[in-house]
Design a protein around this ligand. Structure first.
Ligand SMILES: Cc1cc2nc3c(=O)[nH]c(=O)nc-3n(C[C@H](O)[C@H](O)[C@H](O)COP(=O)(O)O)c2cc1C
Length: 152
């Protein structure tokens, strides 16, 4: 059944970023979805062992950085190592969003959010954020669509 879900459900590839004080981090996520129009709410599904899970819980803010079709490498950079061990943002250009979350300058777009609710969902937690700022940074590019063959 998992194989069918992987093959049949279409997802983008995103870097979910957050900040606690001076500590900034980001992780790759495919399970991201808009869930309300008014207010504009977006959910990100994050497994509890991720460092980002702890940081979003603590900070109450996060941003979704939308990768471009040319940025599988960035998806790997943020998706295979934990920010507990490495500074994944080091050497990348980033700016600070309204909430304080870091935004990758080279992303296709970003949505900056304040956390409004959390929901346990099996082995993941759904973090629901209300969008406070959103921008397309590179209108000439195309968002990356998740394909298993790109990553596994
Ligand atoms: C393409 C791709 C998609 C991913 N999607 C998710 C996801 O939706 N939710 C999740 O919890 N982890 C997801 N991951 C795994 C995390 O990105 C990975 O465990 C990361 O190292 C966590 O970093 P952190 O410990 O710094 O938070 C994905 C990884 C890849 C490569």
């Amino acid at each position: 059944m998992q194989d069918v879900a992987f093959a049949a459900l279409v997802h983008g590839v995103y870097v979910v970023t957050t900040r606690v004080g001076e500590k900034v981090n980001g992780m790759t996520a495919a399970w991201v979805s808009q869930v309300s129009l008014h207010p504009l709410l977006v959910t990100v599904s994050i497994a509890p062992p991720r460092y980002t899970h702890d940081l979003v819980k603590e900070s109450g803010i996060f941003a979704v950085n939308v990768l471009t079709s040319e940025q599988v490498d960035l998806g790997k950079r943020f998706g295979y190592k934990s920010g507990r061990k490495v500074d994944k943002l080091a050497g990348l250009e980033w700016i600070t969003a309204a909430t304080g979350a870091p935004i990758l300058r080279q992303a296709y777009a970003y949505l900056d959010m304040k956390l409004v609710s959390t929901h346990a969902a099996g082995d993941h937690t759904l973090f629901v954020g209300e969008v406070v700022e959103a921008k397309i940074l590179r209108p000439e590019a195309r968002p990356l669509v998740f394909q298993k063959t790109d990553f596994f």
